[in-house]
Every structure is written in structure tokens, then in C-alpha cells.
Ligand binder design. Structure first.
Ligand code: GBH
Length: 477
């Protein structure tokens, strides 16, 4: 576990954030509401009624935050763009005028990063759909995919001379299943058929946007970030393996197949036949969605253990998996998610670094040559500054160390993983959990907006500096 490892020369080290989680400034410079403004402002939806209205106030702190990244020695910074800032008047029929002030914010961020020697990596969609599009059906509507491609083209045209890598979507599984089936993310719907329509329109959006970006900026590289699951059946029984097949189908194959090889997995289509007839998939859509990315973004946090539920006792569900109505796991009535054993993060998620290596191995096996970047990996712990002002977060250091060791090993086996982005640079608005959960390597005191690098930030800076994990790389420096 703690043996030394080194990473390949030129390995890309970064940190990631998302617009609604850090920016604040929700009604400045022409921005209109997104589904996350609406959701967070709906009573009962987020812990403590927290919203992203102020968040980490990054919108007003670009210079200081980029200086922080520079101190950490980051090569790259992955951030997302708030669509509602770029085309605030978008509706189902048209994209509407481009908002120069919105574009200018991101242009300035990009220029500030470049001046600091940090490579900007753009995510076009990290869950904050303009509310007017949701009012017209959101991701259940095909028009949303087309408007998204038009928005992507606008951003690419503006930033394509300075940004080399555009990520279309972050974790479309969350958008579709947490947003439209479980209802624990915006827009808060609990309609399994709507979730499957959303899956398709997100896949379509990826393909249409990737084409639109390449047309505007031929040199652009395209990524998509998927929260791929390492699905582990509890036993080798046929019933447990069938549970694993269903979960793998919903979380992994519903996105991998349409983007990488084309079409939808026949078993998932059959399993969901009672929910939808899939008529939202039109002739020609298979070709439209099939745009293999230049880089597959892998987001990994926790393993997914599954077993067949025998109904002899109440069903176990890991936190966030819901149960019955409001579950993201549609057509999985016989599946349960055993409670994780061993150490947990503050989210209640199990810790198992083997999963990161296993998802990478699986992609490498099924899609040889496809380049990967770990676009998110990290953990929440309830860190607070000590009396000396430092923030000790030994659990996060151990989490990162373990996952980086597993990653180094799978790279040494030959998997083409080109970079790693820690989630997250800053403590931030953890969606329905509000500010109750802290994922940053940098602590944020929300009352003062003071940033304090945690011990994990020093650990990570040491890894970046040496391009390796050594026994004592910067731990608790
Ligand atoms: C990412 O999503 C997001 O991209 C990011 O915005 C977010 O802040 C970050 O991770 C931390 O949450 O139900 O216990 O088995 C992560 C999506 C979906 C990962 C649910 C863990 C299962 C946990 N997550 N998943 S559990």
C-alpha cells in the first residue's frame, strides 16, 4: 500500500471543480436561473436549506484561487461553465443571444490560468441546466440536446484558441437517474421513464456537441466524464451476477455503448420494457450519439457491491441509492446494495482503491487504446482548522495515497491513463448535502471565505512536484 510508485513522464496533475458548487454570483452579469437554483431554493431539498447563492464566492476570487493552484503546482485545472451565464435567454426553440459578460468571466479565468502556466480544461455541463429548458421538458426533451450543441459551439468558438480539451458532459448518469428518477438532484423528478429519455438525450447531446466543437475548432480534443462503477456481486451465484449485470447496464453500459460502439444494450432495453418503449430513440440517433471521445474521463469514488434481494428481510440500500420510489435503480426490484463494511468517508461511502484500477482495466480491455484521465477522485471528511490554524486531514491523505498507488499500478500494466484530477480543489456546495460535506484539499471558511490548504493539499503538491508517491511525500508536512 505505501510502497513508492512513480508516474509516467508528462503525467497531467490537476484539480477539478464545478460552476454551481463554487461560483456563487448567481444573478450577476446577466446570469439566469438554472435547475440547481430552483432546486436548492425549494424547501426541503437540500440539507439546511443550503444554496449555491454564494458558495465559495469563486466568481469574485479568480485571481486568488488561481494563485492557490499555482502554489500547489497544478498542471491543469478542470472547471465547468454555467450555461445560464453564456446564453441566459435560451429556450426550447432557440439558443438566444450570447451574453458577453458571461463569456468574459470564463475568458478571463482561462487567461489567468494560462498566465500562471496552468492548462484550462473545460466541462460544458456539470448538471446546471438553464431553468427555461427544464420548463420545456429538460433532458426528457430532444430540443435540449440540440440547444446544448449550439451552446457548446459558442463556447468552443470563443475559447478554442486557448482551451485544448472540452468535456461535453459530467456524469450523465447523475443527471438522468438522480435528477429524473431518484429526485435527489435537480430537477427533482421521480419518473423512471423520464430518466431513460434523459439518458438518451444526454447521449445525443454528447454526440451533437462533440461534432459541433470539432467543426468550429478542428484542433480541439473531446472528453466526456463518466462515473463508472466497479460493480461487485457479493457471491458468484447466478442471482448475484444478474444483479451486477443490471447495475452495470444502468450505470456503465447505458453511456459507454452509445458513445463508443453504438446503440443501447439489448438487455437493459429488455429489462425496462415495462417502463418505456424507447420510442424516443429515432432512426439515425445511433450514428448521432456515436462519437468516441479523444479522452475518456473516469470519475471514481467508491465501490458498488450488489446482491440479489431475496425479500426475506428489509432491503439494504447504501446511502443515496434510495429504495422503491425515488430510487435511481430502475428495473432493479430484486437488487440490494449491502451496507459497506470497513472505513467510510463522511458521505457513508466505502473506501476501496481497487475499484479505480478495475474500472480503468475494464475500459482498457474493452476499448484498447482509448486514452483515459481520472477526472475526479477524492473523499469527504469533516475537516476543521485546528488551534494552530492548520487543517489535518489524515483520512483524505490516506484515501488519495491508496487510490494513487492503485492508479500507478494499473498504468504500469500499460493502461493509457494520462492524468489525474483531485476532487476537489476547494470545499464547496455538495449538491443536496449543501455545505455539510467537505471534499476540498483546500478548506473554505464560508463565513469569511478564507482558504486554508489542508495537509492533503501539501501531500498532493508533493506528489505533483515529484511525479511520484514516496513513503513520506509531503505527508502532514
Ligand atoms: C461527483 O459525483 C460529482 O461530479 C461532483 O460534483 C460531486 O461533488 C462529487 O462527485 C462528490 O459527490 O450511494 O453510497 O453507493 C459523484 C456521484 C453518485 C458517486 C453516487 C457515489 C454512490 C454512492 N456519486 N455514488 S452510494
Amino acid at each position: 500500500m505505501s510502497a513508492a510508485r512513480s508516474f509516467p513522464p508528462g503525467f497531467d496533475w490537476g484539480a477539478a471543480t464545478a460552476a454551481y458548487q463554487i461560483e456563487g454570483a448567481v444573478d450577476e452579469d446577466g446570469r439566469t436561473p438554472s435547475i440547481w437554483d430552483t432546486y436548492a431554493h425549494t424547501p426541503g431539498r437540500t440539507v439546511g436549506g443550503d444554496t449555491g447563492d454564494v458558495a465559495a464566492d469563486h466568481y469574485h476570487r479568480v485571481d486568488a484561487d488561481v494563485a492557490l493552484m499555482r502554489e500547489l503546482g497544478l498542471h491543469s485545472y478542470r472547471f465547468s461553465i454555467s450555461w445560464s451565464r453564456i446564453t441566459p435567454q435560451v429556450d426550447a426553440e432557440r439558443l438566444g443571444p450570447v451574453n458577453p459578460a458571461g463569456l468574459a468571466f470564463y475568458a478571463r479565468l482561462v487567461d489567468t490560468l494560462l498566465a500562471a502556466g496552468i492548462t484550462p480544461v473545460v466541462t460544458l455541463y456539470h448538471w446546471d441546466l438553464p431553468q427555461a429548458l427544464e420548463d420545456a421538458g429538460g433532458w426528457t426533451s430532444r430540443a435540449t440536446s440540440y440547444r446544448f450543441a449550439e451552446y457548446a459551439a459558442v463556447v468552443a468558438a470563443e475559447l478554442g484558441d486557448r482551451v485544448g480539451l472540452f468535456t461535453t458532459l459530467n456524469e450523465p448518469w447523475c443527471s438522468a437517474f438522480l435528477g429524473y428518477a431518484a429526485g435527489v438532484h435537480a430537477p427533482g423528478r421521480t419518473d423512471p421513464a423520464a430518466a431513460l429519455a434523459a439518458v438518451h438525450h444526454l447521449n445525443l447531446a454528447h454526440g451533437l456537441a462533440a461534432r459541433a466543437i470539432r467543426e468550429r475548432v478542428p484542433s480541439a480534443r473531446i472528453a466526456v466524464s463518466l462515473n463508472l462503477a466497479w460493480v461487485v456481486p457479493e457471491t458468484g451465484s447466478a442471482a448475484d451476477r444478474d444483479a451486477a449485470r443490471r447495475v452495470d447496464g444502468l450505470q456503465n453500459r447505458l453511456f459507454l455503448q452509445p458513445m463508443l460502439t453504438g446503440g443501447y444494450p439489448a438487455d437493459v432495453v429488455a429489462d425496462t420494457a415495462d417502463i418505456t418503449d424507447w420510442s424516443f430513440v429515432r432512426s439515425g440517433d445511433e450514428e448521432l450519439a456515436l462519437v468516441p471521445p479523444d479522452v475518456l474521463g473516469v470519475n471514481y469514488y467508491t465501490p458498488t457491491h450488489v446482491r440479489h434481494w431475496t425479500r426475506e428481510r428489509p432491503r439494504e440500500t447504501a446511502d443515496g441509492h434510495g429504495d422503491g420510489t425515488g430510487s435511481p435503480w430502475i428495473a432493479c426490484d430484486d437488487v440490494e446494495f449491502p451496507r459497506p463494511v470497513g472505513p467510510l468517508t463522511d458521505m457513508g461511502w466505502g473506501i476501496d482503491a481497487r475499484g479505480l484500477a478495475e474500472v480503468v482495466r475494464r475500459i482498457d480491455r474493452e476499448h484498447p487504446g482509448l486514452e483515459m484521465v481520472v477526472t475526479e477522485n477524492g473523499a469527504a471528511f469533516p475537516d476543521e482548522p485546528g488551534s494552530d490554524g492548520t487543517v489535518a486531514d489524515p483520512e483524505r491523505v490516506a484515501y488519495l495515497r491508496g487510490h494513487l498507488a492503485a492508479l500507478a499500478d494499473v498504468i504500469a500494466e500499460g493502461a493509457p491513463v494520462r492524468g489525474y484530477y483531485v476532487w476537489s480543489l476547494l470545499d464547496n456546495f455538495e449538491w443536496a448535502w449543501g455545505y455539510a460535506k467537505r471534499f476540498g484539499v483546500v478548506h473554505v471558511d464560508y463565513a469569511t471565505q478564507v482558504r486554508t490548504p489542508k495537509d492533503s493539499a501539501r501531500f498532493y503538491a508533493g506528489v505533483v512536484r515529484t511525479n511520484s508517491l514516496t513513503l513520506d511525500t509531503g505527508d502532514a508536512a
